[in-house]
Design a protein around this ligand. Structure first.
Ligand SMILES: Nc1ncnc2c1ncn2[C@@H]1O[C@H](COP(=O)(O)OP(=O)(O)OP(=O)(O)O)[C@@H](O)[C@H]1O
Ligand SMILES: [Mg+2]
Length: 191
């Protein structure tokens, strides 16, 4: 099973994906935790390019879109292999981050057509002001208005693609409990 946590910057994805990994491992599951962009050469190039002052230019965005798709293509092989070994794959972001953060949904769908849809997507939803306050001290270039737009795009995707929306304004433990409930149900676990 391929499970993905999505949400705007500072929504708690990295925190929660690690907690979920620990919980599932304690319950006896074999888990592979991954993240996007990955730590491949392409992933590192993406991280470097995101720091560029021109990162929001249209052509630059297209290049980034292609690089994200290339990075994801390599990841898909790893996910398939892990699933073949009976592991649960937990991913910090997936194809839907491209859909939320970038424009031209049709083009994004085309260049990502090899990218498998996760079996379960948990959207960590919270108000952008809170998210930004959690990012303080981190290398973040997003502003509140931009994050509002991204949040709206995520909520639209959530309706269309049947994500589970988790209230991420809550404290870490409550969010973890909500995630456990949804994931456990999907896996047929008794919790
Ligand atoms: N529910 C929560 N309540 C309060 N603080 C939280 C909560 N979840 C996470 N945090 C804190 O907020 C900060 C951002 O969390 P985290 O790095 O998990 O977010 P993220 O979604 O992975 O962000 P990014 O998209 O930038 O990688 C961290 O300092 C984390 O400890
Ligand atoms: Mg993170």
């Amino acid at each position: 099973m391929y499970v993905c946590l999505e949400g705007i910057d500072g929504s708690g994805k990295s925190t929660q994906v690690k907690l979920l990994e620990k919980w599932l491992s304690r319950c006896g599951h074999e888990v592979l935790r991954v993240f996007e962009p990955t730590n491949s050469k392409v992933g590192n190039l993406i991280r470097e390019m995101l720091q560029d002052p021109h990162a929001t230019d249209e052509n630059f965005q297209k290049t980034l879109g292609l690089l994200f798709a290339a990075d994801r293509m390599v990841l898909m092989d790893k996910i398939r292999d892990a699933e073949g070994e009976g592991r649960i794959v937990l991913s910090d972001r997936c194809f839907y981050s491209s859909m939320a953060y970038q424009n031209d949904a049709e083009w994004l769908s085309q260049i990502n057509r090899f990218a498998r849809k996760p079996d379960l997507v948990l959207l960590l939803d919270l108000d952008p002001e809170t998210a930004l306050s959690r990012c303080e001290g981190k290398d973040s270039f997003e502003d509140v208005d931009f994050l509002k737009e991204i949040r709206d795009k995520y909520l639209e995707l959530a309706k269309k693609e049947e994500f589970f929306v988790i209230n991420a304004n809550n404290g870490i433990n409550k969010v973890h409990d909500d995630i456990k409930r949804v994931t456990g149900r999907k896996l047929g676990m008794c919790i």
